[in-house]
Design a protein around this ligand. Structure first.
Ligand code: SF4
Length: 289
């Protein structure tokens, strides 16, 4: 496999074959994101991608999961994605699912029939960074899509049978808009009703506009305890019909996991205990990006 690094994947794709079908991110402007800042977005030549699939077939014929990289494979046309997915299905008889990060606008550009075609070829999970449901915060961090578009993208993908995992960022509203951010994010998640929700905690990365905003004092980050207040509003307020909820990414101060709505009371009890100081938070030096 030939990778043009650095490469990223969600924690739940740790055992997946990583296949680079694009380089970089087609948006690449979110102010807090450093992942692909130095990569120019481009589609990898189809022949190179298919050569990687062939190599993986020889090395790991029992592959069951594949994750398409980099930032947003869904930005490729369906005509370009189909031969890749067909090659994966042909190469790996045990293939269960293919996943990808997805941007809302890339999903919305595809008609329902195309989303269903991708689903039929086992592209059955998408990871979307909502980050915030607060329109003012979404505009400040240059998400590249409105909250309504993010909601519609998740609903359309899931209606086509593509399960959606939605990521949100504690702290991204800063102290000034923490409550608006938490409440609106809970409401956007309620409208999306995704199958998975992951909470991360924003960490300013040097070289990003968000880092500079924080350094200048334009954005004041909440304290660890204040991120628990955001987490509490989120867990208490969102109404999902059945989702896995996690805040176990390395960036979090309080790792949680459970199902919503079934585990809501337990999750709130743990958050309240942590807020009282009865449950230790992850020390700053152990947090990761
Ligand atoms: S869409 Fe995702 S990968 Fe692209 S800049 Fe925003 S956060 Fe980074």
């Amino acid at each position: 496999m030939r990778y043009a690094g650095p490469v990223y994947r969600p924690p739940s794709e740790a055992d997946s074959l990583l296949l680079q079908v694009t380089l970089g991110c087609s948006h690449n402007e979110c102010t807090y994101c450093a992942m692909y800042r130095h990569k120019t977005f481009q589609a990898r030549p189809l022949a190179d991608v298919l050569a990687d699939v062939e190599e993986a077939r020889r090395l790991a014929p029992d592959t069951r999961r594949v994750f398409l990289m980099d930032g947003d494979a869904m930005t490729l046309s369906t005509a370009r994605l189909v031969p890749v997915l067909e090659a994966l299905n042909a190469a790996f008889p045990a293939l269960q699912r293919v996943g990808s990060y997805v941007n809302a606008v890339s999903v919305l550009r595809k008609p329902d029939a195309e989303l269903a075609r991708l689903r039929d070829l086992k592209l059955t999970i998408g990871y979307l960074g909502l980050e915030t449901g607060d329109p003012a915060t979404a505009a400040r961090i240059v998400k590249g899509a409105t909250v309504d578009e993010e909601v519609e993208a998740v609903r359309r993908a899931q209606a086509a049978g593509i399960k959606m995992s939605v990521m949100v960022l504690l702290g991204i509203g800063g102290r000034a808009r923490w409550r608006e951010h938490a409440e609106a994010t809970a409401d956007a998640l309620t409208r999306m009703d995704p199958r998975y929700v992951s909470c991360l905690c924003v960490t300013p990365v040097p070289g990003t506009p968000f880092f500079d905003e924080v350094a200048r004092g334009d954005v004041e980050l909440p304290s660890p305890d204040e991120t628990l207040d955001e987490l509490r509003v989120l867990v208490d307020r969102m109404r999902l019909t059945g989702a896995v909820f996690r805040s176990n990414h390395a960036s979090n101060y309080l790792p949680l996991g459970g199902r919503l709505p079934a585990d809501r009371a337990r999750l709130l009890a743990v958050i309240d205990a942590a807020r009282r100081g009865d449950v230790p938070l992850v020390p700053e030096e152990y947090r990761g990006l």
